[in-house]
Design a protein around this ligand. Structure first.
Ligand code: ATR
Length: 269
């Protein structure tokens, strides 16, 4: 019987998730559809009940519902409870189970590059996105992670929870040459011409510099890193891998991520 999946958000029209998951369903001959559903915050609880009644097998959650859905779900996996945010739901026969594949998706996208888990990693930011990545780095076994943030106290708190170290922005700028991987998770520099979260003047050439933003494909931060001969990685990889982990939870199949990264990059280019 045909299965139904969805993504809920507000707004939802520009989500690339339906394209991605329907392409993978087609590729693997799975009879399923994936619908974008516009859900306003006041309708979230009712929508969840409706989806259960209709037999939706699984769904993704995007802004602004990632946190507000938490108390409405029957069960949470550790990835979601650590972050107090959910991006993926699957049905276990009784309950809708919430998980969060964003952080693990980001970490998987790093492994497209030749890196190892003892590399010195600098994580810039201590908000929701950074939190998911810091826990995912810990789960994946990275042993040398430093967190830096404008509000230093938040960097310290997140570092304490994830066995990482904390640094001020100025310290991280001064010691930048020591890091093999630099990850930018703040919303600074979305727009061309905006300031960078930290100066990249002292970054070593060959450093892997990753940004979680995928639109634009090249943020001012990544542009600067490219000019400094760094290896750059935009947020398309994270987007595709968070979807791939959700797809695996729903179907048990690992979809083709490399081809999807190319297709999404072309769409956004
Ligand atoms: P998200 O869920 O997208 O991570 P968030 O939780 O609001 O969003 O976190 C935003 C992150 O960007 C924080 O690390 C924030 O730093 P503060 O903790 O000091 O607020 C960082 N950020 C936002 N604007 C910034 C700016 N102008 N300069 C430096 N960092 C900034």
């Amino acid at each position: 019987m045909k299965k139904w999946y969805a993504v809920i958000g507000d707004p939802i029209a520009h989500s690339l998730s339906p394209f991605m998951h329907e392409s993978w369903f087609d590729e693997h001959g799975i009879e399923a559809a994936y619908l974008p559903i516009h859900v306003e915050p006041s309708q979230l609880k009712k929508s969840l009940e409706a989806m259960k009644t209709l037999g939706i097998s699984g769904f993704n959650i995007t802004l602004p519902h990632k946190q507000s859905i938490v108390p409405l779900l029957g069960k949470l996996e550790e990835s979601a409870s650590q972050m107090n945010a959910v991006n993926t739901v699957n049905f276990d026969g009784t309950h809708y189970v919430g998980s969060n594949t964003d952080g693990d998706g980001f970490v998987r996208s790093l492994f497209v590059h030749a890196i190892d888990k003892t590399s010195k990693v600098l994580l810039i930011g201590a908000g929701g996105a950074a939190r998911g990545i810091a826990f995912a780095l810990k789960r994946a076994g990275f042993t040398n992670v430093t967190i830096t943030n404008r509000t230093y106290r938040r960097a310290e708190e997140l570092a304490a929870e994830t066995n990482a170290s904390a640094m001020t922005l100025i310290e991280s700028e001064q010691q930048l040459a020591e890091f093999a991987i630099v990850i930018q998770t703040t919303s600074v520099g979305l727009a061309t011409g905006e300031a960078l979260p930290i100066s990249l003047d002292r970054v070593k050439s060959g450093t892997l510099v990753a940004d979680i933003i995928y639109n634009p494909l090249e943020t001012p931060f990544l542009k600067k890193a490219r000019e400094k001969n760094c290896i750059i990685s935009n947020g398309v990889g994270m987007f595709v891998y968070q979807g791939a982990i959700a797809f695996e939870k729903w179907t048990g199949i690992q979809p083709n991520t490399e081809k999807m990264i190319q297709m999404i990059t072309e769409k956004l280019g």
